[in-house]
Design a protein around this ligand. Structure first.
Ligand code: NAD
Ligand code: ZN
Ligand code: ZN
Length: 367
């Protein structure tokens, strides 16, 4: 089901407030440095729901654009000036697309491009599927080969979620790593709030790269079961006494760090009441919650708050290497691209375990 020759399907946000629509578009032809990727897997992220639900003006992007910011596939065609992977090579797409030239981009941190807020129309959007045409489609046009990483033997459905769920988790953990190493000799503890697409990979990355005790928190029993499968030492549903339960696992002092993959006011409050003095709170979830910062006040002294966004190219290399070594495995639920809208509904209803991944219809039938 690939439609007419030279055409492709794409799941597009055509107006703010959605719903997304499946459209038929011309298959793009790469020019200059561009590379055309045949999409073999595209993950669905909690952020896709935030984007679909956003009102006009809430995000600095223009409609219409194709959704999908977690993409793996095969290089189908290269522009005349393209660098990087060759035609036919399997790749994962580094999704944050910056200017490519500022200090951050030159250092491989396009997630923090300094020119992100410029109003130049060609640079609206922060990356694939976020204001720029993404990978919920048969093909994805990537601006440059510098944004592609060879996959090796990794299956595309494993690799695609690594480019955001894995990458963002890895980057957030990199930010709290110093805190996890300075407990003064004792063991450290980290709370992971929200064990969905990102959280279940965060648990595995923590187990693979730290010796910290990993404490999982979710509102769903199934998510806690997934956390246990991923190596969490302890799991608890959100309850009035969750902060005490977490502190109880640390002898009362509080956890060294909190990774909040939800980001509502309730989870931010939970995070700051569970963390010990001089601990770290990484707010990853875009739940729109607010936390009052005031001195003097009630926040733990020495608290370090970070707002990590996506990750660097080097972080992506590291998390792909962990997956290639078998230390990180994505729990996937596969859907054919033609059922993308059902997959979005499944994510919204909380029915997905791990990550929903869209694959080409013919791949879905074959397996
Ligand atoms: P997901 O839907 O796969 O997982 C969310 C998990 O949180 C689910 O298991 C859900 O049951 C749980 N949850 C919901 N409310 C909760 C609560 N009050 N307390 C505890 N657990 C709760 O979503 P995801 O794809 O993992 O994304 C998670 C969040 O991270 C989203 O807000 C998304 O927009 C954001 N995100 C941020 C970045 C970034 O760069 N900062 C990147 C990707 C995603
Ligand atoms: Zn995302
Ligand atoms: Zn830049």
């Amino acid at each position: 089901m690939r439609g007419r020759e030279g055409a492709m399907r794409a799941v597009r946000l055509t107006r703010w407030g959605g719903p997304p629509v499946v459209s038929e578009l011309e298959r793009p032809s790469p020019r200059g440095e561009e590379v055309l990727v045949r999409v073999e897997a595209a993950g669905l992220c909690g952020s896709d729901l935030h984007v679909i639900d956003a009102g006009p003006g809430a995000l600095p992007y223009r409609t219409p654009f194709t959704l999908g910011h977690e993409v793996a596939g095969r290089v189908a065609e290269r522009g005349p000036d393209a660098t990087g992977p060759r035609t036919g090579e399997r790749v994962v797409v580094y999704g944050p697309w910056g200017c490519g030239h500022c200090g951050h981009c030159a250092a491989g941190a396009e997630n923090y491009c300094d020119r992100r807020s410029e109003s130049d129309a060609s640079r609206t959007g922060t990356g694939a599927g976020l204001g720029r045409d993404g990978g919920l489609a048969d093909f994805l046009l990537v601006p440059s080969g510098r944004l592609l990483l060879p996959l090796g033997d990794l299956a595309p459905a494993q690799a695609a979620p690594l480019s955001d769920a894995g990458l963002t988790s890895y980057h957030a953990i990199a930010g709290i790593r110093p805190t996890l190493g300075d407990a003064g000799g004792g063991g450290t503890a980290v709370a992971v709030i929200g064990v969905g697409g990102l959280g279940h990979l965060a648990v595995q990355i923590l187990r693979a790269t730290t010796s910290a005790q990993v404490l999982a928190v979710d509102v769903k029993e199934e998510a806690l079961a997934l956390a246990a499968d991923c190596g969490a030492h302890f799991g608890t549903l959100v309850r009035p006494d969750t902060a005490e339960a977490l502190r109880g696992r640390t002898g009362g002092a509080g956890v060294d760090a909190v990774l909040d993959f939800v980001g509502t006011s309730a989870t931010l409050r939970l995070g700051v009441s569970a963390v010990r003095p001089s601990g770290a709170l990484a707010v990853v979830g875009s739940g729109g919650g607010e936390l009052l910062i005031r001195k003097p006040g009630t926040l733990p002294p020495g608290l370090r708050i970070s707002l990590p966004f996506w990750g660097t190219r080097r972080d992506l290399e590291q998390v792909v290497a962990l997956a290639q070594a078998g230390a990180v495995t994505v729990a996937t639920e596969r859907f054919p691209l033609s059922r993308a809208l059902d997959a979005i509904d499944a994510l919204r209803s909380g029915a997905v375990r791990g990550r929903a991944v869209l694959v080409p219809d013919e791949e879905f039938v074959r397996s």
